[in-house]
Design a protein around this ligand. Structure first.
Ligand code: MLT
Length: 409
């Protein structure tokens, strides 16, 4: 008899965005005429930048010729891409990295979900509440979180409430934790931390020998000066942090798949006797065993993001989405909503009117305005009473959605 992994049975029935898709599909069946606008999942709508398309075409041609054909690539990613990542995304911010500290992958979701494998089962993890569900669910699957309690929270997770009172910035844990998931600019609240605020986390991690798993997938959307783009801009972070980055939202790669993770060699976890182990060779070991790398044409496409034309084109795309963010933010404010985020992030976090539950607001918005968003409660108990809209729609749909919210709700 095969035994099921009972940790899977502790998970909500479906992944948040699959549940939303299910409800939308059902609504469409019942209302085939409805002109639905999706501002739910953070999926991009602008096409790939032309520089990327041209580079990928060339790479596909190379793969079709005997002289230039390539089979398996290095699991960690090609040096030509890793060099460009370091030179463009890190050196200008004073962050030096070795080539073998960068691991190219097919997604930040993949990496944030998988990285927990390197930690022992009895580690205590801390997450913001609300939180991107992948950090929690992947640890539930691994059996690290204990049972679910009445608040629909896991007994062994330390939740760090992000509330209006604390400016949606997670407080330091009251008890010692081993693994800390931080995401800035934040998904779902769209908020950021200053260097001083982030430094408190680095100091906490150093004092407690904890590790920060820093998700920076939205760093390209930071508009304000002085907001850190990478945790490695903070002194001492190389000893305690791993950082996840992505081409998905920055360069339209949600359907193309390319991301990378930085694992500095100094980041260490300990065995039961207190002996230190660098996570970098362990992550390499994990990746070489379970992953065969991102396809060559996709890596060539990602490298083209860093060409002068690529940089110009992605700036235009990012500006386009951030103008959507402004339209949503200001439109909602003018309509009397209380809104957060949307300044350094492509997400707008709003308070549901009249203390309405977030799934209730989801249904109302879908039925009355045919607009789809993401219920805050899907990001954890702390998200109840809030709702997320993304700036990744088309301009036309974004304007239409706000107009409908203004007039129909
Ligand atoms: C979101 O909507 O939160 C994102 O699409 C999640 C993701 O990138 O996986």
């Amino acid at each position: 008899m095969a035994h099921v992994n009972e940790d899977y049975l502790k998970l909500p029935g479906s992944y948040l965005f699959s549940e939303i898709a299910r409800r939308v599909t059902q609504f469409k069946i019942e209302n085939p005429q409805a002109d639905i606008i999706k501002l739910g999942i953070g999926d991009v709508t602008r096409p790939l930048p032309q520089a990327v398309v041209e580079a990928m075409k060339g790479a596909v041609e190379e793969m079709g010729r005997q002289e230039t054909f390539r089979g398996y690539g290095p699991e960690q990613g090609y040096d030509f891409l890793i060099k460009k990542i370091i030179e463009n995304d890190f050196l200008p911010r004073g962050v030096e990295l070795a080539l073998d500290e960068v691991f190219v992958s097919d997604g930040a979701k993949t990496d944030t979900g998988n990285f927990q494998e390197l930690f022992a089962q009895d580690n205590i993890l801390a997450v913001s509440d609300p939180v991107y569900p992948v950090y929690v669910d992947s640890n539930v699957m691994a059996g690290r979180t204990g049972p679910v309690n009445q608040n629909k929270q896991f007994d062994k997770i330390v939740y760090l409430p992000c509330t209006e009172e604390n400016g949606m910035k997670p407080p330091l844990p009251q008890t010692r934790v081993d693994m800390i998931y931080l995401c800035f600019p934040n998904n779902p609240t769209g908020m950021t931390l200053s260097k001083e605020e982030l430094k408190k986390w680095v100091d906490y991690a150093k004092e407690n020998r904890s590790i920060i798993l820093f998700d920076a997938a939205y760093e390209a959307f930071i508009r304000e000066e002085g907001v850190p783009h990478s945790i490695f801009e903070i002194e001492g972070a190389r000893e305690v942090a791993v950082e996840f980055r992505s081409f998905s939202k920055t360069a339209g790669f949600t359907g193309t798949r390319c991301a990378y993770t930085i694992v500095p060699k100094e980041v260490k976890a300990y065995d039961a006797k207190g002996k230190a182990y660098s996570l970098n060779p362990l992550w390499l070991r994990r990746q070489t065993t379970k992953f065969n790398g991102v396809s060559y044409p996709v890596q060539v496409g990602a490298a083209a993001v860093f060409s002068p034309e690529g940089q110009k084109q992605i700036k235009e795309i990012i500006n386009y989405y951030m103008e959507n963010a402004r339209i949503i933010r200001e439109g909602l404010k003018n309509a009397g909503y209380q809104v957060f985020g949307g300044i350094n992030a492509p997400y707008i976090w709003l308070k549901t009117p009249g203390n309405m539950g977030s799934w209730e607001f989801f249904d109302k918005l879908m039925k009355e305005a045919n607009v789809i968003g993401t219920p805050g409660a899907g990001f954890g108990a702390g998200g109840e009473g809030y709702f997320r809209l993304t700036a990744f729609g088309t301009r036309e749909n974004t304007e239409k959605a706000i107009e409908r919210i203004r007039t129909k709700l």
